[in-house]
Design a protein around this ligand. Sequence first.
Ligand SMILES: Cc1ncc(COP(=O)(O)O)c(C=O)c1O
Length: 353
Amino acid sequence: MTRWLPHTRSSSAGTPTVTTDARDFHRSLPGFAETPLVDLPELAREWNVGRVVAKDESTRLDLPAFKALGASWAVHRAVAAADRPMTVVTATDGNHGRAVARFSKLAGHSAVIFIPDGVHPSAVQAIRGEGADVREVGGSYDQAVAAAARASETPSHVLIQDTAWEGYEDVPGWIVDGYTTLFAETDQQLAQLGVDHVDLTLIPTGVGSLLQAALTYYRGTRQGLTRVVSVEPTEAACVAPSLTAGEPVTVETGTTIMSGLNCGTLSMLAWPLIRDGLDGAVAVSDYEVVMAARELALMGVTPGPCGGSGSAAARALFTGQGSVERRRHLGIDATSTVLLVITEGVEANPLPS
Ligand SMILES: Cc1ncc(COP(=O)(O)O)c(C=O)c1O
């Protein structure tokens, strides 16, 4: 499998700090509820592992994707103390922008959202439905981020972007802190099932902030028992080339139904954790994701394209030629617990019919 790159963690990497402030904040939000952790015994049998669980983020804070966890906490940190109405600015391939628009409005601020090419019209409409001023930039995700950063230089504007670069680190750091709620919740739900820890998780990866949250959480707790693998579309796979080069590499992105993962540049804050803590990188095709999402739907979980990518990746890793070596590298056997993160429901982004 050429689109799989095994990686070895650095033994000298430090231990990341996991904070609980964001989780306390989320729990204080009106109507907060944990998202379900769904047991998928059919997949466990198919893949010859002990257990497969899916953390289903399709109903997170009344929005259809996990992004609400990061946006709510970052908007709170950035503008809760503002004594006048602000304009919150961001670039998005859908879910992040909708969540930023929602939580800005709830806090009494307006939102301007920059959108690259290739975002599904229903996702654009959903952002407008949150009352945001939507600007379609006619370019790539990276170009939309640049446009949002420029617009935020205006007085009373604040950028809430989910990727970091030199000099822009606080907000993306808060967003990552917000995402860790998902992994902490999962551990608690697993404990109720009598499961001590996750052996492997497959993380849908765009700019890598969710991956950073996973690596922060799993490397910061339990001495890193959990293997973490990034999952990207073949048309926008920058993790493997970056690991090979030993530094972040920007790739030209193509067209994919996984619009949330269609990013050519990794977040600067995510990179050191990826370099030191990742166990491998895999890329999946749109076709594999559609098949995986259909299979999950038969089991009662209905992911959008990004949400189905982890399952497509697990199938590619655990089956077919070379699977024995891949399982060995990942330490996977018939007793292992595998965590899929259903990062978006089909309500967030439709699947092609
Ligand atoms: C549904 C979904 N899954 C996964 C991701 C990837 O998150 P990140 O960009 O932090 O890697 C995104 C990002 O937009 C997303 O919308």
